[in-house]
Structure formats: C-alpha cells, structure tokens
Design a protein around this ligand. Sequence first.
Ligand code: C5P
Length: 421
Amino acid sequence: MSFDLSVISNKKIILAVTGGIAAYKSAILVRRLKDFGFDVRVVMTKGAQAFITPLTFQALSGNPVHTELLDPEAEAGMGHIELARWADLVLVAPASCDTIAKFSAGLANDLLSTLYLATKAPVWIAPAMNQQMWAAKATQRNLNTLVEDGVHVIMPEAGSQACGDVGLGRMPEPEALAQQIMDYFHRAQRAIAEKFGMLAGKRVVVTAGPTREAIDPVRYISNHSTGKMGFAIAAACYAAGAKVTLLAGPVSLDTPNGVRRINVSSAIKMLDESMHQLEEGCDIFIATAAVADYRVAEVAEHKIKKAGDELNVSLVKNPDIVATIAQQTKRPFMVGFAAETRNVEEYAAGKLVAKKLDMIACNDVSRADIGFASDENAMTVFFADQYQLEKRDLEKASKQDIAQQLVEAIHDALHYEIEPV
Ligand code: C5P
C-alpha cells in the first residue's frame, strides 16, 4: 500500500456508489466525509443512477461525478487511470452483489470495475443487499475472494430491510462509515510515525540564535540568545525523521547531526534565507531566533571614531521574519516563540493571532531557573484550532526533552489530536 504523509484531512477519497436502495445514505456519507475535510470524488455505476442522480453527488462533493468508462470527454477530464492514482482510498458504499461478483472475477467492463483493478489505494466495500442475497453461497464465496485479495469489508448490519425482510444486509450509517475511515487514516499515520518518526518526510526550517546588526565594520547590536533551544529543536526534528535546515545566527554551538546549517548574521539576511528556503520547500517553519527588533539605519562604512561624550545611532525596525513567512500564500505550518517576563500566556496568545501563527511556544524568562542561557526550560504551547485556542504545558526539563515534547505537539497539531483544555 502506498501512503503519503500529508495531513489526514487532505486525503482523497473515491466514493463509488452502486445500485441499491442504500445509495440514498451515500449522499449523506459525502457530507460526513467532507465534514472531516476529505476531498471526495464520486463514481457511480449504471445501477446507482437508477436510485439517485449524479447531480446530487456533484452538488454535495463539489466535484464532477464519474459515470462512464468509454466517454472521451470524461476521459479527457480525469480518466479511469488518473482517478485510480488520485485516490488515497476507494470506498464502495453501497457495494451491490453484482459489483462484488465483478471485483471477485476481475471483470473490467465499466468505470468502477476498471478503477478497482487499476488502483493501488486501499479498497473498502460496504455491502448492502437483501439478507438472502447476502447469505447466498456465491456472494459469500466472492466476498472471501475479495478479503483474500486485500479488500476491507465493512460488515452489513442486521435489521429491517427496505424489501420488508429482517436480517443482515443494511449498510452502516454514514456517520459510522466516515468515522471508520478517519480512524483508519489516524492509525496508518501513527504506524508510520512509530516506524519512521513523527515528522517523517517533512521539511522543517528552524531559525535560531540572535541576529547581529552592524553599526560599523567592527561594532554591532545583538542580544544574549545562545541558540540552544533552536539547536535542540533542529536535532529533535531530525531525530523525528524530518529533513531539517537550521538558519543560525552567530552562536558557538556545534551543528546537530544530520542537520543542514546555514549561518546568517543580520535579520535581513535571516529573512532572505527564510524566503529562499520557502521556495525550496518547507512544511514546518519554527522560529526560535531572537531577532533584533531594530537595526542601524545607516551602517557606517568605516569604523566610527571616538568623539564627544555622546554618540547617537538612529535605528529602524527590522522585518518580522515569522510574520512575513506566515503571510505567504503557500505557507508552511508556522511555529513561533514568545519569551515574556509577565502576562506570559496573554501576550503569547496575542502574538499567535497577530503574527498569524499556527502554534506558539512561550516561556517565562523572568524565572531564573529556565530560559535564555539555561540548559533547562519549561513552556506552554498554544495552537490555533480554527476558532479556539488550545493549550499544552510542556513540563520543565532539559532543552532536548522540551524539544522532543514540542515535536510531539507539532505532530499532534498537524493531525488535530491535541485534547482541548
Ligand atoms: O514579537 P516577538 O519578538 O516577541 O516574537 C517572537 C517570535 O517572533 C519568535 O518566534 C521570533 O523568532 C519571531 N520573530 C521574527 N522576526 C522578528 C521578530 C521576532 O521571526 N523580527
């Protein structure tokens, strides 16, 4: 099975609807899948169209509905092979006896049967039929073949049927089906995270350290940031399977193993390099750098000579790197940092909104035992979940340990799994 690591809610589902009265439930199923954020394309067999119209599914899915195999116009849009490749999962719901028989025999005489043979994506079927047809030896034989072929069968439920019979054969409710698919993607994602690391396949850019703003060729303005937190985060991201680029201001730290380091000096250089990294491809941008808020308006070409009791240097505001990246149209998942001495959480939450971040990690630098030059840290992470702020406390620990906890928080936020407080 092929499986890419993008966010679950971007997954693409083909919902194939076949002929059966349960097809009416498939309309609601499209809605539920869309509620989870899946991109849904509907394929209908001839039989399905006797029960419900393609127009209904087109309106609900927001995508054209695919019905024909040998229609040149449809093939020119998205042909059966393209459709087969597009899908991350194919769900046949309801799956009729006829479709099950076709799949089991390997026929390829309509769009759905062809797509079934052509896709590498997992195929799920939700059989729905009269209880006698379900129990029929031929149906059970065909289903066994499909299970052996790797198809996941969602068992029908028992109950009263449209035909008046009572027994096994009802399609589960759309809510339950959509939830099962969501759970499946979560399980698959977790399995990959366990095997390869939480950020496997992700490209991460970390800014770290202070920036240095020149006054003249020998003097500069800077701050006390050591870059330790950023370097620890870069190392933790690499350990979690990410491809990491570290944009480091002037610090005296060794480059973490496996991390690509680019040294920069001023805020302007850090911004230029950040933009460049964005063009090269970046899924997660983590801004830990203590960027100087101001730079010298005009850097003197030559060393400024000592003269008089006062020297005035005019400063201008530096660009906000993290906020600038967050404004780009194809922006990565944005993580910022806030070091505050009071009202820590309030200011941090304000920054999250003002800078349009997805997550902010804040610490109280007034505490003598943590922060800047210390080897230990404690943080609170906020992340924006569309309408509300969610919060996670990272317990006081070494910066390495905090970095790992942060990686977990990023992983969870990417997959919408953080528990609200
Ligand atoms: O506004 P403040 O400096 O407190 O915000 C801190 C966050 O913004 C950090 O993530 C820091 O790396 C980022 N930042 C930035 N560019 C600036 C100032 C701050 O990327 N010019």
